[in-house]
Design a binder for this molecule. Structure first.
Ligand code: SF4
Length: 319
């Protein structure tokens, strides 16, 4: 019986091929803030982002080391993995003075077993000096991933959810990062307000046309304390069903060239923070459903290349 990794180029299998053993991501929260909250790009943040407890802490290298120590111990017990990527995940992990960024990234890379960094950020927050710093780590032999939150390639959608940037900023960031040889992982959200499966496939087509090395797919969660939760309560937003999500995700997997690495096919949130949809509370429900749909179609990543998208049923359903 085939497994997901027979049909999808996952980050786990990609790293295992690179290092000859399992490599586990360890999440680091380094106390960054977000320019879409502090007024630099906008206020209030993205409509789906729970920032009610937003409290920048300005953590230092010691905090980074402690988090990696704790994460390493948990992962060693659970999976036995001895190598790690330090994943700077919370808020905007390039939004600080370059000296502070270097101190935090250095602290992570000095930890035993840390073979690289994954840096999550916004496309409008990666100046050249930050990219050059990341390239310098790569030149020292570390693995580097720049994770850019795009979510949608449609400017009207990005404005609707108050992202504070458009597709042009993403194009600029990708060109400068990949032009330096940095690997880019693009984050896309499936089910944004006003979007349909056609928008998701079109967003992917634009991203692939621009060039990317990795993708993260994420269902839109309605969580407490967000503008989206108020829109949902008012009946102005309908969350996608599991079936809609899985069909769209599998369409996108089929469109994606085999060499692009899928870092994630779904993401979860927990109650009581999660309001809707319920299926977002269970990662394995979604992963298993994606695997079953890939098997049912007898398909795999790259089976339906980009140029054939115009033949997908429903391609023009709303635009
Ligand atoms: S989703 Fe990211 S960019 Fe948007 S408000 Fe939250 S931290 Fe900022």
């Amino acid at each position: 019986m085939s497994t997901l990794t027979d049909r999808v180029n996952t980050l786990g299998s990609h790293l295992r091929a690179q290092y000859g053993q399992r490599v586990h991501k360890l999440t680091v929260s380094a106390g960054f803030i977000c320019p879409n909250m502090d007024g630099t790009k906008g206020r209030g943040g993205c409509s789906f982002c729970n920032n009610a407890s937003f409290a920048p802490q300005g953590q230092d290298g010691g905090a980074v080391r402690r988090q990696l120590d704790e994460g390493r111990a948990v992962v060693a017990r659970r999976t036995g993995a001895r190598l790690h990527l330090a994943y700077f995940q919370a808020y905007t992990n390039t939004y600080a003075e370059i000296t502070r960024l270097k101190a935090l990234y250095d602290a992570a890379l000095e930890q035993p077993g840390v073979v690289g960094l994954s840096i999550g950020t916004r496309p409008d927050c990666v100046p050249d000096e930050v990219l050059d710093l990341l390239v310098s780590y790569q030149e020292q032999g570390h693995t580097l991933w720049l994770e850019l939150g795009l979510q949608s390639a449609f400017d009207e959608t990005l404005a609707r959810v108050n992202r504070g940037h458009g597709f042009a900023e993403y194009q600029d960031a990708v060109r400068r990062a990949r032009g330096r040889g940095l690997a880019v992982c693009t984050h896309l959200i499936i089910g944004l307000p006003g979007e349909t499966p056609w928008h998701q496939r079109e967003t992917l087509a634009r991203v692939l046309n621009e060039g990317t090395d990795g993708l993260k797919l994420h269902p839109l969660h309605v969580v407490r304390g967000t503008r989206l939760s108020r829109q949902w309560r008012a009946g102005e937003y309908r969350p996608w069903t599991l079936n809609e999500y899985v069909n769209t995700a599998v369409d996108m997997i089929e469109m994606t060239p085999p060499e692009v690495v899928f870092h994630r096919l779904t993401a979860t949130a927990r109650k009581p923070l999660l309001l809707a949809p319920d299926w977002c509370g269970s990662k394995w429900t979604v992963i298993n459903a994606i695997e079953q749909e890939l098997t049912r179609r007898g398909t795999r990543q790259g089976a339906r290349p980009l140029h054939s998208d115009s033949h997908l049923p429903g391609t023009q359903e709303s635009c």
